[in-house]
Design a protein around this ligand. Sequence first.
Ligand code: KIV
Length: 287
Amino acid sequence: MSEETAPYGSGAAAPSSEPSPAPVRKVRTHHLREMKERGEPITMLTSYDMYTAQIFDEAGIDLLLVGDSASNNVFGNETSLPVTVDELVPLTRAVARSTRRAMVVGDLPFGSYQASPEQGYLTAVRFMKEGGAHCVKLEGGAEMAPVIRKCVEGGIPVIAHIGFTPQSEHTLGGYRVQGRGDAAERVLADARAVQEAGAFAVVMEMVQADVAAKVSAELEIPTIGIGGGNGCDGQVLVWTDAFGIRTGRMPRFVKQYADVRTVLLDGAKAYRDDVKARTFPGPEHSF
Ligand code: KIV
């Protein structure tokens, strides 16, 4: 397909006579377990669309989470609570279609799994069937064990999410570090319960570093920290935080690796100035 006949905005690979790229070994649950066993840190980022999925996959990120944080980062809500399954499934589909190696994680949103194991299973099926996810993530510890068990028995790999769970922000009294003092036992008990229920990994959010390290050392399944310190088996960040799209106060656990907002802002201003000055389009852009 020539440059001129490529469909507008199409990022999809054009048919070509070039040999197709070598097949890629997809990340599977057992690879993550093996990485833990050999002490190789696991990487995870959120992704909500085709281009970031392509880029993060190419960068070698192991897991792409189509997080319910899309609520704030795509749909403009203040919290993760309003986002729905109907909104997240198409984003998951876009990420799954655009990924060759990474494991794609569908994130079950608030209210879509807490009512019963059956509700959780049916929601998870939607993420796998319609969204093309390779596994799902859900928030909660021991109390979610029956939901995790039901999904795993029904053929759906599950990542649990314990410690600070944003969907319960109103119950937990806001964004607070979990596992301090006596609460360490609760984090440990939740971690044991989700492993026992069949989760293949567990995200630990805003858990005191020594507690997260203790959990990671005890569990057989990998732990993935976000504000859980360096003793976890892997790390996850929300991409809009890590690459400088989002503005405002960042949580302490975020490290900013790029300033994409400034790049886009400068580009948009340069375009605006060119159009206003009639220096774009030039003869080379005209027919
Ligand atoms: O939805 C999300 O982005 C998450 C991360 C905070 C792990 O659950």
